[in-house]
Design a binder for this molecule. Structure first.
Ligand SMILES: [Zn+2]
Length: 283
């Protein structure tokens, strides 16, 4: 069955083999008659380097992929603000002025995204002059939605457990970054008509939160396909800073992108790399 899928890279560093694997997976799972979208997620504040988006397009062409490009996130902030306003009006968001260090010191649980926020500001009135993020009141949200499920193509039916991530941030403190990944990606996928959300297993747990947001905001529910992650021999994710060459380096060195794509599709990975396939064993 044809699907609408997307590859959604952030222009804060060059694409590497892990991104190529992810893009090819999304492209191929669109299927005959499907649509493969490219969305540039460029709201990462100061880390965002818009010029990299042009390199991304050249990299994807070099791999032999074709796509339709949808508007980048920096053009969608009105939609993020409207959704946050709606949740705020429904009493589901509260301001939080805690610093990272304060949260780390107060947290008693660690979840998929690090220390789970202990809810300090849920019950106290934070300093109105301090910059505030807006967090989802998870217990109240779950009380309103009741139990939810979602479907992963590889892992099967899932009971949504957004509570494991605690009161997640939906609006960041940084005014240049109006929405967190959770809010922006969920809204964008709905707006773009994505029917099959593909992404790496490292983002598996975030889907619990996205499923909840879909219910709260009345958005359509897609299917998901969380794919394995290319890792180095020590099990760590590929990263440019640890010497994983950028796709653009391979391209500029005259490597054959189509041949590389064929190798990745066939599971033939460069020496030293392997695919980590199970949830939870990925650092
Ligand atoms: Zn707080």
């Amino acid at each position: 069955m044809p699907h609408v899928t997307r590859f959604a890279p952030s222009p804060n560093g060059p694409l590497h083999l892990g991104h190529a694997y992810s893009a090819i997976t999304a492209h191929d799972l669109a299927g005959a008659g499907g649509t493969f979208l490219l969305r540039i997620e460029d709201i990462d504040g100061e880390r965002s380097r818009p010029a990299l988006a042009a390199d991304f397009r050249t990299d994807l062409s070099w791999l032999g992929l074709q796509w339709s490009e949808v508007p980048q996130q920096s053009g969608r902030t009105a939609n993020y603000r409207a959704a946050a306003e709606r949740l705020r009006a429904e009493g589901l968001l509260y301001p939080c002025t805690c610093t990272r260090a304060q949260i780390a010191a107060a947290a008693t649980m660690t979840g998929a995204e690090g220390p789970v926020y202990p809810g300090t500001c849920r019950t106290s009135v934070p300093d109105p002059s301090a910059p505030a993020a807006w967090r989802l009141d998870m217990a109240e949200a779950l009380r309103r939605t009741g139990p939810l499920t979602w479907h992963d193509a590889l892992a099967g039916e899932q009971q949504a457990r957004p509570d494991l991530l605690g009161d997640v941030v939906l609006v960041r403190k940084d005014a240049a970054t109006p929405a967190s990944y959770h809010l922006a990606a969920t809204l964008d996928d709905a707006k773009d008509g994505v029917t099959l959300v593909t992404r790496g297993l490292d983002l598996f747990a975030t889907t619990h939160v996205h499923r909840l947001l879909q219910r709260l905001l009345g958005l359509p529910v897609p299917q998901w396909h969380h794919h394995g992650l290319l890792a180095e021999a020590d099990g760590r994710k590929l990263a440019k800073r640890r010497g994983s060459p950028a796709l653009s380096d391979r391209r500029l060195a005259g490597n054959d992108g189509w041949a590389l794509a064929a190798d990745l599709r066939a599971g033939r990975f460069p020496t030293g790399l392997h695919l980590v396939q199970s949830v939870g064993c990925y650092p």
